[in-house]
Design a binder for this molecule. Structure first.
Ligand SMILES: [Zn+2]
Length: 421
C-alpha cells in the first residue's frame, strides 16, 4: 500500500481545483472543491466523475475563497467536514453567488507553524500572497510522505514577503509538490507590477481627472481596495464602495490590523442602492446600513452628481440599476478596469457586463490598471527549485507541457488519474 494523489479537476486548465490524497489505509483528504471557470453563471457545477462522493473523508480543505477553489461545495455531501482559514470562512458566508452556505466550517489555526491533525493527515497551513484575503498553501504529512499544495499564489502583492519567506526557508523532504501555473505561457515581460506601482498609477489618474473616477474591482481583493483607497486619500478623494464591498471590508477589518474602520471618518463612504440592500438582506447583513447612515459613512447614488472631483466610486454590473437616472457618466469622468482583462474579451462578455459597458461609454473605454493575482513564470521556477520535490504535479495552468524542461520531475496527470508517491 502507498500514499496516492489524484487531481480530479484542473490538471491542465485554470480553475476548478480538486485534489485528493489517500493514505496507505485508504483514508481520504480533499484539497479544494472548485467550480470550473468555464461554466456559465447559471450553470450548475457537478462533482468530477472520478471523485467518490459516497464514502467518508477526513476533511475537505479550502485554500482560499475564490469560487474556482470552493464553488463545488454546495454539490458535495453535507456531512463532509470542511476546513479553512478564519477570514475565508467569513468570505464564503458572505458570498451571494452560491449561498447561503449553511454548512459548518472548521477554522484551522492561524499562528505560523501551527498544524491540525485530521485522521492520519497532519495539515500545516502557510498564509501566502494572493489576490484575495486569507489564501493558504498547505503542507500535508501522511504515512511518512510529504505533499505540498501551493494553492494560488504570487509574490508581488502586499503580502509578497510571505511567499519570499517560504522560498527562502522551504520545507524539506517534499515528495510531491502540487503547484499552480496560471501565468506559464504568458508573455515574458518585465517583473509584474506591484500594488505600490498601481497606487502610483491610480494616484496620477485621480489627480488629472476632472470628474469622478469609476473603478471596477473585486470586493474580495482587499489588496486592491487598499491600493485604491491609499491613492484616493493622497489625491484628496473619497472612496465609494458599494454596500456589499463595504460589508466585506468591514468584516475583514475586524480580523486584521491596518484596515480603516468605515464607520469612523476614514474617507470611505458606502453608496446605498436598492439592489445591494437586497443582496445584504439575503446574507442577513442588512443591519449594517442604518449604522453607516448614522455615522455619515453612506451616501445615496445621486450624491455622486455633486462635486464630481471628490469621488472614486465603485462601478460594476450589480450597480448599474442603482446608478441609472441618478448618476450620469460624462467625458470628464474616467473608468478604470482593475481586474483580469480577459473578462472583457468579446467571447466572455455577459449581458450585465454589456449593460455596464454601455452605461459607462460616455467616459471612453476602460483604462486598465491591474496586476495578476498569480506568480510570474520566474517565481514559479524559483518556488519549485526551493521546494525541490521528488515530483512536481501541475495544476491550474494551461501551458505546462511547453514548460516541461523548466521543471524537473514534472508528472502531468490527466483529470482523475491516480499517482503513487
Ligand atoms: Zn485564486
Amino acid at each position: 500500500m502507498s500514499v496516492k494523489i489524484c487531481t480530479h479537476q484542473a490538471a491542465e486548465t485554470i480553475g476548478g481545483n480538486c485534489v485528493e490524497i489517500v493514505s496507505e489505509e485508504g483514508r481520504r483528504l480533499i484539497l479544494d472543491a472548485g467550480r470550473p471557470l468555464e461554466l456559465e453563471t447559471r450553470q450548475k457545477a457537478v462533482p468530477p466523475p472520478s471523485l467518490d462522493v459516497e464514502g467518508d473523508i477526513e476533511g475537505l480543505l479550502i485554500s482560499h475563497a475564490h469560487a474556482d477553489h470552493w464553488g463545488l461545495l454546495p454539490e458535495l455531501p453535507s456531512q463532509w467536514p470542511v476546513h479553512c482559514g478564519r477570514a475565508t470562512a467569513t468570505l464564503l458566508r458572505l458570498n451571494p453567488g452560491y449561498g447561503p452556505l449553511t454548512r459548518p466550517l472548521n477554522i484551522w489555526p492561524s499562528e505560523p507553524g501551527a498544524s491540525v491533525q485530521l485522521g492520519p493527515f497532519t495539515v500545516r497551513p502557510y498564509l501566502i500572497d494572493h489576490s484575495i484575503f486569507d489564501a493558504y498553501a498547505l503542507q500535508i504529512d501522511v504515512d511518512g510522505r510529504r505533499v505540498f499544495y501551493s494553492g494560488d499564489f504570487r509574490g508581488h502583492g502586499r503580502k509578497g514577503v510571505l511567499t519570499r519567506r517560504l522560498v527562502e526557508n522551504p520545507p524539506a523532504g517534499v515528495d510531491a509538490l502540487i503547484m499552480e501555473g496560471t501565468n506559464l505561457g504568458t508573455a515574458q515581460a518585465p517583473p509584474p507590477a506591484t500594488e505600490e506601482d498601481l497606487e502610483e498609477r491610480f494616484g496620477d489618474l485621480f489627480r488629472k481627472t476632472k470628474g469622478r473616477v469609476f473603478v471596477t474591482w473585486s470586493s474580495s481583493n482587499i489588496d486592491r481596495m487598499v491600493t485604491i483607497y491609499k491613492a484616493a486619500r493622497r489625491a484628496g478623494r473619497v472612496l465609494v464602495p458599494d454596500l456589499y464591498c463595504s460589508a466585506v471590508w468591514r468584516e475583514m477589518a475586524t480580523l486584521t490590523r491596518g484596515l480603516p474602520d468605515i464607520e469612523r471618518g476614514s474617507g470611505i463612504s458606502a453608496v446605498v442602492t436598492t439592489k445591494m440592500k437586497r443582496v445584504l438582506a439575503g446574507l442577513d447583513y442588512e443591519d449594517m446600513v442604518p449604522g453607516l447612515v448614522e455615522k455619515r459613512a453612506a451616501i445615496p447614488a445621486r450624491s455622486l452628481e455633486k462635486r464630481p472631483g471628490l469621488w472614486v466610486a465603485m462601478i460594476r454590473p450589480g450597480l448599474v440599476s442603482g446608478y441609472r437616472g441618478q448618476v450620469i457618466p460624462s467625458a470628464d469622468d474616467a473608468w478604470v478596469w482593475s481586474q483580469w482583462r480577459g473578462y472583457l474579451d468579446e467571447s466572455r462578455i455577459t449581458e450585465p457586463l454589456r449593460e455596464l459597458i454601455e452605461f459607462m461609454s460616455p467616459c471612453g473605454g476602460p483604462i486598465y490598471i491591474h496586476t495578476s493575482g498569480h506568480a510570474s513564470p520566474a517565481l514559479l521556477r524559483d518556488f519549485a527549485t526551493a521546494l525541490n520535490p521528488k515530483m512536481l504535479v501541475p495544476i491550474h495552468g494551461e501551458a505546462w507541457r511547453e514548460h516541461q524542461h523548466d521543471f524537473p520531475n514534472m508528472r502531468i496527470l490527466a483529470n482523475g488519474q491516480w499517482l503513487e508517491i
